[in-house]
Design a protein. Structure first.
Length: 375
C-alpha cells in the first residue's frame, strides 16, 4: 500500500495524532485538543446548551442543533414561492454566520441512504488484498486508498480509509468488479441510487441559495452550476482504533453534502474562534460551504472551516458528496456585486481546474494561493 496519495477536492487529510492526555472528549460533545492542535482557538465550553434554541429568518424557522443551524426543507416542496424564498434566505443567513448547516426533510429516502451506508461498510470490511485491486493509482482520482491527503504521508501512519469516484461518468462498475468479481450488482445499484438522490438534492440547494441572494447575484452564481452538476462522492472510514482525523481546513468545492453514518460525532465546525460539534443524525445532511462560493461572493460569505476528530469508540463512516462548478468558466463575483459592496476583486478569476492546481501551494488554506495580492 503506497502513501503517495493525490490530494483531492479540498478534503485535505493530514496526520493529526490525538495522543492520550492531549485530547479529552467531554460529555457535552466538545473535543478539547491540546497544544499540538493546528488551530489554537479555545473550544466551545458547552455547545449542547444551544440544542433546541431557535432563530427565525423571515418566515423560515431554523432550529439550532448543537449550535449548528438546522433547516427544514419540507416547506420547499409545498410549491409556495414565498416559502422557497424564506428557506433560501435562512440558508444564506446560516451560510453567512456559520458556513455550515443541517438540512432535514430533504426528500432523500432513508432507504437510499441506508443502502449506500451498508455498501460503504462492505467495501471497508473486505480483506486488504481485495481492496487493493481497486487501488487509486498515483495521479488518478478514483478508487480505494488510505485517508492521506498528502503525497508524502506514508500509509503506515494513516488509520483511515477512503473510496471515491467522480460524477457524472463515474466508472463504478469497473471498481466494483475489482472489489467483488462477478458479484457487484447490489453495490452498483445502491451506490448509483445514492449519487442520483444526492445530485437531485444538490441542484435544489443551489437554487435555494441563489434565491436567498439578490436576483442578479443569485442568477450569476447559478450560471456556474447548470445541470448536469459535476463533482465527486467519497466514502470515509475511520476505524475505532484510528487516532487520525482531519486538520482544520476549507473545502475546494462549491459545497459538500455530508452524511455522518456511524459511530461518534467527529465533525466540528469553527465559529468565532470556537469549535462546535455537529450532531450526527441519520435523517440529516450537513451542508458545508466551500471556497468556490466564497470566491463568487468575493469573500462576503465565507467557506465553512471544519475538522474531524476521533469521535467515540465505534467504527465511523461518512459519505461526502462534493459539488464543483463549470470547469470552463473563470470564477469571479458579478460586477454588480462588487459595485454594491464597494469592493475590489479579492481573488484571481481562475477556472476551477486552475484553482485546483494552484491550491497545491497551501492545501489547508487554498484561497491564499489565489488572492490578488498573493504575488
Amino acid at each position: 500500500m503506497r502513501g503517495d496519495e493525490v490530494v483531492i477536492q479540498g478534503e485535505v487529510l493530514a496526520e493529526m495524532r490525538v495522543m492520550e492526555g492531549d485530547a479529552e472528549v467531554k460529555d457535552n460533545g466538545v473535543s478539547d485538543l491540546g497544544k499540538d492542535d493546528m488551530v489554537k482557538n479555545e473550544v466551545v465550553e458547552n455547545n449542547r446548551l444551544l440544542k433546541g434554541e431557535e432563530m427565525k429568518h423571515g418566515d423560515a424557522e431554523v432550529t439550532m442543533g448543537y449550535g449548528v443551524p438546522e433547516i427544514d426543507l419540507s416547506r420547499v416542496f409545498s410549491g409556495d414561492g414565498e416559502n422557497r424564498r424564506a428557506v433560501g434566505k435562512a440558508m444564506v443567513e446560516a451560510w453567512r454566520t456559520w458556513g455550515a448547516f443541517l438540512v432535514v426533510n430533504h426528500g432523500v429516502d432513508q432507504s437510499v441512504v441506508e443502502g449506500a451506508r451498508e455498501q460503504g461498510m462492505r467495501v471497508f470490511a473486505l480483506p486488504m488484498d481485495n481492496k487493493l485491486q481497486a487501488w487509486r493509482e498515483e495521479g488518478k482520482f478514483a478508487g480505494y486508498g488510505n485517508g492521506a491527503g498528502s503525497k508524502t504521508t506514508h500509509s503506515a501512519d494513516i488509520g483511515s480509509e477512503s473510496f471515491r469516484v467522480a460524477y457524472p461518468g463515474a466508472d463504478i462498475t469497473n471498481f466494483a468488479q475489482k472489489l467483488w468479481p462477478g458479484n457487484c450488482e447490489t453495490f452498483c445499484e445502491d451506490y448509483e441510487a445514492y449519487i442520483a438522490a444526492s445530485q437531485k438534492l444538490t441542484v435544489q440547494l443551489v437554487e435555494l441559495l441563489s434565491e436567498g441572494l439578490s436576483e442578479e447575484d443569485g442568477s450569476h452564481i447559478n450560471s456556474y452550476f447548470r445541470e448536469p452538476c459535476v463533482g465527486s462522492v467519497r466514502l470515509n472510514y475511520y476505524p475505532a482504533s484510528a487516532t487520525i482525523g482531519l486538520p482544520a481546513h476549507t473545502d475546494v468545492a462549491a459545497f459538500v453534502l455530508l452524511h455522518q453514518c456511524d459511530g461518534g460525532e467527529g465533525l466540528q465546525v469553527e465559529k468565532n474562534g470556537q469549535w462546535v460539534t455537529v450532531q450526527a443524525r441519520s435523517d440529516a445532511f450537513v451542508v458545508i460551504m466551500g471556497t468556490v462560493y466564497q470566491i463568487l461572493t468575493n469573500g462576503e460569505y465565507k467557506a465553512g472551516r471544519h475538522r474531524a476528530i476521533k469521535g467515540g469508540n465505534k467504527d465511523r463512516l461518512s459519505m461526502v458528496f462534493s459539488l464543483w462548478p463549470n470547469p470552463s468558466l473563470p470564477m469571479s463575483p458579478a460586477p454588480s456585486f462588487l459595485a454594491a459592496h464597494k469592493q475590489r476583486l479579492l481573488y484571481k478569476p481562475l477556472t476551477f481546474p486552475e484553482f485546483w492546481d494552484a491550491r497545491e501551494a497551501d492545501l489547508l488554506n487554498p484561497l491564499k494561493c489565489i488572492a490578488v495580492d498573493a504575488d
